[in-house]
Design a protein around this ligand. Structure first.
Ligand code: FAD
Ligand code: NAG
Ligand code: NAG
Ligand code: NAG
Ligand code: NAG
Length: 539
């Protein structure tokens, strides 16, 4: 009686054993299918060289090169079936066509700086990565004051290529040189020239995109709606952006930077009160970022205090700056000896890392892509529309000190940001916003309880800030990606789910983005955890 059971059991085991030996793992058979599709759709005889299956010895290196957050570099982090590293436009077109054919999600990665890692991880498996790092041509045309920039370029490369050709041109974009153009420009992109020239996206005049049908479109062929959407509507929703063409801006031969720090004992709170009045309203050539960080007190051992640091760039000379701030911001007490006059490109180096700059960092260092370098971090964002009163600040400091690790960066708006209408681009946070808050916490302890602890600190401070920040919606900056504010599961409530984070990131521009998305990608092929959903009825 037992025999047949035994027999079938051993047959079953044998079959399992045999199959696991004979059939390649799912990722391998996927690879074969995908590569065959690419070969059929592309005339490049060496196209197999741009595809990395998990079994390729270089797979981990290619994957880790642009992982910028160590939270997403663990053994339990979701991994792509393959990574495609296009070297020409047709490679992107064929990848889109084949991914659609086999119905697999594409994650597009340019610089990999997404704060939640969603350019290279996914909560929907299986997925593949389309990695843009090979596509980083930059052509700077000083005569016409424009630059053609491929999405895989970094901001550092953009700054350096402009500097090679002109010492009096620049481009308004972010502070960190290894941030990628593909994600940064798609979500807005701001830096030290924000108050004079607005966002990166405000200075884009053309773009190339590969759409869901695999077509290569430019501004003219994509039309003004789609061109509007990809200048602030966030990466990943509308297609693969191949390049942006931008208008360069003028910078003086000499600019000025300074950094001034005060602790609570040195009346940092009064300084912040005055900063809130001055930083968003002063001369638009002046960008004064405010960093707030809980630190150990030097005066009272064993206690903690808060340090406020004003870090500034002025597009002009030190003498003029000292004059302006002497009048407007007396509590800062700025003296000429606090100021450093330098070229614009050196201000980029200084702002990125003042110590490295003092130690002789050269503009060439902006070309360093800093591969495979990641630490643990979490960011969140808020907008402040009414200055926070002094007693509010005191409560906030107390909370920050109690939590211990989460800091703030206050980024002043005003100037050009007030002049650009809220619907000129999808980025809606214009007039009426005094400054943006970035919640910032970095750590290097890989223990899971450390991660949990710091993520909880950030959440706790975020709840605490509610009375002081924008409401209905509580706005957020898409480039400070934060999955806590809502994610999409692409089910029948996709639109409603999308509206939760979409209203925060895009305010009243959300519905226009949804309409455009529905028109250009009705089946929602291009999607991620926080992409623009299609209209109800379609999924
Ligand atoms: C250290 C650091 C400093 C920063 N400093 C600033 C700053 O000063 N100012 C500022 O505004 N922001 C700043 N950011 C935020 C930064 O702008 C965003 O993280 C930005 O999205 C990164 O772009 P990326 O190409 O490097 O990222 P990725 O992770 O490659 O991409 C981000 C998102 O865009 C999508 N995407 C990427 N490339 C494409 C493409 N070619 N086509 C379509 N979709 C694409 C991705 O799928 C993903 O959803 C900083 C981030 C870090 C980590
Ligand atoms: C690739 O597929 C697209 C869409 O089906 C088609 O238009 C194109 O001609 C194909 N290319 C080649 C080289 O077969
Ligand atoms: C801080 O402010 C108080 C009150 O205005 C003042 O008496 C004191 O000198 C200030 N301290 C510093 C270090 O500026
Ligand atoms: C990721 O983890 C691997 C070890 O698993 C390590 O070798 C690599 O340096 C890490 N990379 C980053 C970007 O943290
Ligand atoms: C994590 O747990 C260890 C051991 O229990 C403890 O020593 C450490 O302080 C914890 N770290 C954090 C950041 O909570």
């Amino acid at each position: 009686m037992a025999k047949p059971i035994l027999f079938s059991l051993s047959f079953f085991l044998l079959t399992v054993f045999y199959t696991s030996l004979a059939a390649p793992p799912a990722s391998e058979s996927f690879y074969t299918t995908f590569l065959n599709c690419l070969k059929q759709n592309n005339t490049d005889p060496s196209i197999s060289n741009i595809v990395f299956p998990q079994s390729n010895p270089s797979f981990s290196t290619v994957l880790q090169n642009y992982i910028r957050n160590a939270r997403f570099n663990t053994s339990s982090t979701s991994k792509p079936l393959i990574i495609v590293t296009p070297k020409q436009t047709s490679h992107i077109q064929s990848t889109v066509i084949c991914a659609k054919t086999v119905n697999v999600q594409i994650k597009i990665r340019s610089g990999g700086h997404d704060y939640e890692g969603i350019s290279y991880i996914s909560n929907q498996s299986p997925f593949i990565i389309l990695d843009m790092f090979n596509l980083r041509t930059i052509n700077v045309d000083i005569q016409n004051e424009v630059a053609f920039i491929q999405a895989g370029a970094t901001l550092g490369e953009v700054y350096y290529r402009i500097y090679e050709k002109s010492k009096v041109h620049g481009f308004p974009a972010g502070v960190c040189p290894t941030v990628g153009v593909g994600g940064h420009f798609s979500g807005g992109g701001y830096g030290t020239m924000l108050r004079k020239y607005g966002l990166s996206t405000d200075n884009i005049i053309d773009a190339e995109i590969v759409d869901v049908k695999g077509r290569l479109l430019n501004r003219k062929s994509m039309g003004e709606d789609l061109f509007w959407a990809i200048r602030g509507g966030g990466g990943a929703s509308f297609g693969v952006v191949l390049s942006y063409t931008v208008k360069l801006v003028s910078v003086p031969e000499t600019v000025t930077v300074f950094r001034i720090e005060k602790t609570l004992e040195q009346n940092a709170t009064d300084l912040v009160v005055q900063w809130q009045q001055v930083a968003p309203t002063t001369d638009n050539r002046l960008f004064m970022r405010l960093l707030l960080q809980p630190i150990s007190s030097k005066t009272v051992k064993g206690t903690k205090t808060l340090r406020a640091s004003v870090v500034a760039l002025f597009l002009g000379g030190a003498e003029e700056l000292v004059g302006i701030l002497g009048k407007e911001f007396p509590l800062l007490g700025l003296k000429k000896t606090d100021c450093l006059e330098l070229s614009w490109i050196n201000s980029v180096l200084w702002y990125n890392n003042a110590n490295e700059f003092k130690n002789g960092a050269k503009p060439e260092s902006l070309l360093d892509r800093n591969l495979n370098s990641a630490s643990f971090g979490k960011r969140k964002s808020d907008y402040v529309q009414k200055a926070i009163p002094k007693d509010g600040l005191n409560l906030i400091w107390k909370k920050m000190i109690e939590l211990g690790k989460v800091g703030f960066v206050f980024n002043p708006y005003g100037g050009r940001m007030d002049e650009i209408p809220a619907d000129a681009t999808p980025f809606p946070h214009r007039a009426g916003n005094l400054f943006k808050i970035q919640f910032s916490v970095n750590w290097d302890d890989p223990a899971p309880n450390a991660t949990l602890n710091y993520l909880n600190q950030a959440k706790s401070l975020y709840s605490f800030m509610e009375p002081y920040v924008s409401k209905n919606p509580r706005s957020a900056y898409i480039n400070y990606r934060d999955l806590d504010i809502g994610i999409n599961s692409f089910g029948k409530n996709s639109y409603e789910e999308g509206k939760v984070y979409g209203a925060k990131y895009f305010n009243n521009n959300f519905d226009r983005l949804v309409k455009i998305k529905t028109a250009v990608d009705p089946d929602n092929f291009f999607r991620n955890e926080q992409s623009i959903p299609v209209l109800a009825g379609k999924v």
